[in-house]
Design a protein around this ligand. Structure first.
Ligand code: NFS
Ligand code: SF4
Length: 649
């Protein structure tokens, strides 16, 4: 399909994406970048959130001349209802991901693991302790079984608030109870929110927005937290690992398999299966040197964190990966997989293979992942790729050479260990560094890429300026991959750019200034880290008091909306690179960007560029420091031996 040429250098920033997008342009392949061009003018009713199609007297659109829908709903009601439904979408996606993992945990606990095991018994015991499960005199499987049932109850609880909330600082829990936003069962919250947004039910925008925060809390402290914990039990708690990133990780002479999507179950098995000697021999038999397994989006983050499997790219690179002409099979499951993939793949030999029973895509080959024979299932998909190698058309292959090394794998456990050593693992050195002003604060940069913005640009500019200002940066999702591709996830490179105070601390304890903490459900790890900071003491007694900020610079998905809401409801200010679709209601905008502070001690802020965001973040951190009385100018002293000894293992 011919389309207007696009300015490649205005759409992407890393050299590999630039090369691949140019190739797409030359070959007249349509991508999200060209489609974004065609969709350029957005509907102003949609942008403002004032289009209601909840009942069939509508769609109704609010204008100055028609300020009410047919039923009498005003802009506040309509915007708040639409917003709540976005949170529902995001919370549902994260939580259903979590549910599938709990189902797996239960099977393993019952002795029907079919290749899956309780890989990390330390994580199992940690979870048992956190959720109050008796371990004395019980087998790991018994513990896991009770834990799985307890987690199921978190989904279905009808009257009790989530048990998981007890992991938050006490004051946070009291606050949630006072404002009636402590969520009951995750499924109940999601259904109730759908009920409340049905025609003719909940109409008060404040009440609707508080429900949005409540549903989001069921995601962050419930579904996502559970997903992370169970993944750690089944697949191992991440610890620092080196790997490579960007499209250049694809092999010129290997069978290339990309996993894309979110659920770690299949990708974990693929990571095992590609090492099988029989599979390797099969690849060699078709003339390949071996197999390259790499990932896109969050499933990439999952296997990167645990196995060091390379990351081929983030969200906006999924089509570009296919356009290299060198991918035999791209496996997709759920979330963030573009429906355009089979169309792009049709220009090459690439096969798009969908594997989740939840998700089919027209034009993709559907090979449902057989969980009862997981390893065999993984191998059969790899064999498809091996067979397809012969169909690769050398004339169409151009793999960008750019790759960058990285270090990932910073679970809270790993950070604690690095900070304090094996025997006194603790956040103390970090808290002290914050109190002394060597580190100004902690900022989580998370979330997606968005085809309406230049790929990675805002994320990377912001990250650089924050570390320069002595801010420790925690990363997840596609934002983490952005840093990886820029070579900023190696301690060496990043340290050269960090401010003096941050650099000293990082060097002394051996952590990089930018920590890759995992996939988007692993934003729960950021909450966990923030909680550790509170519990360690000296920086206030709830999350709203510590100098911490969350940022979603290039966000696009409903999951990001939910994440933003649970951060704010947890007391962490959130900066958005572009606003929610709420501008049609001043009241809703004011509530989210301001009034939320009265409830939670935090709110949303919109900063359209990285420069503005940096200023805003530093101001928020400074304010928090002033309130804590730790805003004195940091003494510029180098670490002496005593300090070093205090930090050393
Ligand atoms: Ni998060 Fe991960 Fe990426 Fe955004 Fe999508 S992959 S779950 S939603 S696009 S960060
Ligand atoms: Fe219109 Fe009200 Fe129906 Fe919405 S619920 S479509 S505003 S009549």
């Amino acid at each position: 399909m011919a389309h207007e040429p696009i300015k490649v250098q205005e759409r992407v920033s890393d050299p590999a994406s630039m090369e691949a997008l140019l190739k797409a342009e030359n070959e007249c392949i349509e991508t999200c970048f060209t489609r974004a061009e065609l969709q350029k003018i957005s509907c102003k009713f949609g942008t403002g959130g004032v289009c209601c199609r909840i009942c069939h007297m509508g769609p109704c659109r609010i204008t100055a001349k028609a300020p009410y829908g047919v039923c009498g709903a005003d802009a506040d009601t309509i915007v708040a209802r639409n917003f709540l439904r976005e949170v529902v979408g995001g919370a549902a996606a994260h939580s259903d991901h979590g549910r599938h993992l709990v189902l797996r945990l239960k099977k393993v606990a019952e002795g029907n693991g079919n290749g899956y095991t309780l890989k990390d018994t330390k994580a199992l015991h940690r979870a048992a302790r956190d959720w109050g499960v008796e371990t004395e005199g019980r087998s790991d499987r018994e513990i896991a079984l009770q834990l799985a049932d307890l987690f199921f109850a978190e989904f279905t609880s009808q009257e009790k608030v989530l048990a998981t909330l007890a992991l938050a600082p006490k004051k946070q829990q009291t606050l949630w109870n006072t404002h009636h936003v402590a969520p009951l069962g995750i499924d109940r919250m999601i259904v109730e929110s759908m009920h409340r947004t049905h025609m003719g039910v909940d109409h008060d925008y404040r009440h609707l927005l508080l429900q949005a925060f409540r549903t989001a809390l069921a995601d962050g402290w419930g579904g996502s937290r559970i997903a992370t914990v169970v993944s750690d039990i089944l697949f191992g708690t991440p610890s620092p690992v080196r790997s490579q990133s960007n499209l250049g990780v694809l092999g010129e002479k290997t069978v290339n398999i990309l996993v894309h999507g979110h659920e770690p179950e299949l990708s974990e098995m693929l990571a095992v299966a590609v090492q099988d000697p029989e599979i390797v021999r099969a690849a060699q038999a078709v003339g390949a040197e071996g197999i390259t397994l790499a990932g896109i989006c969050c499933t990439a983050n999952e296997i990167l964190m645990r196995h060091g499997i390379p990351v081929a790219g983030n969200f906006l690179q999924q089509e570009l990966a296919v356009i290299t002409g060198a991918v035999e099979v791209m496996i997709i499951d759920v979330q963030c997989c573009m429906p355009s993939l089979p169309q792009v793949a049709s220009a090459y030999h690439t096969r798009i293979v969908s594997t989740s029973e939840l998700a089919m895509t027209a034009g993709a080959d559907h090979h449902p992942f057989d969980e009862n024979d997981a390893l065999e299932s993984a191998k059969s998909i790899i064999r498809l790729a091996i067979e397809n190698y012969a169909n690769r058309d050398a004339k169409k292959v151009a793999i960008p050479t750019a790759t960058q090394p990285l270090v990932a794998g910073f679970s809270v456990d790993a950070i604690k260990y690095m900070l304090g050593g094996r025997f006194r693992a603790s956040f103390r050195p970090l808290n002290d560094a914050i109190i002394q002003g060597r580190i100004k604060g902690v900022v989580g940069i998370v979330g997606c890429n968005n085809a309406r913005e230049k790929l990675d640009d805002y994320i990377n500019t912001l990250t650089e300026s924050l570390i320069r200002e002595n801010v420790l940066v925690l990363k997840t999702g596609c934002a983490a991959i952005a840093s990886a591709k820029q070579g900023r996830l190696t301690p060496e490179t990043a340290l050269q750019q960090a401010g003096a105070g941050l650099r000293e601390v990082c060097e002394a304890v051996g952590i990089p200034p930018i920590l890759h903490m995992g996939s988007c459900v692993d934003n729960s790890r950021i909450l966990e880290a923030a909680t550790e900071i509170v519990l360690e003491g000296g920086l206030g007694d709830d999350l709203s008091q510590i100098p911490a900020v969350g940022v979603a610079p290039e966000w696009m998905s409903e999951k990001a909306v939910s994440i933003g809401c649970y951060f704010v409801a947890s007391g962490v200010d959130v900066i958005l690179g572009h606003p929610f679709h709420i501008s049609g209601s001043e009241n809703v905008t004011q509530f989210l960007n301001d009034q939320a502070r009265e409830f939670f001690g935090a709110s949303f802020h919109v900063c359209p560029d990285a420069h503005q965001a940096t200023k805003k973040i530093l101001q928020i951190l400074d304010d928090a420091r002033a309130k804590l009385g730790i805003n004195k100018k940091a003494e510029r002293k180098l670490y002496d031996m005593k300090d070093r000894r205090a930090l050393d293992v």
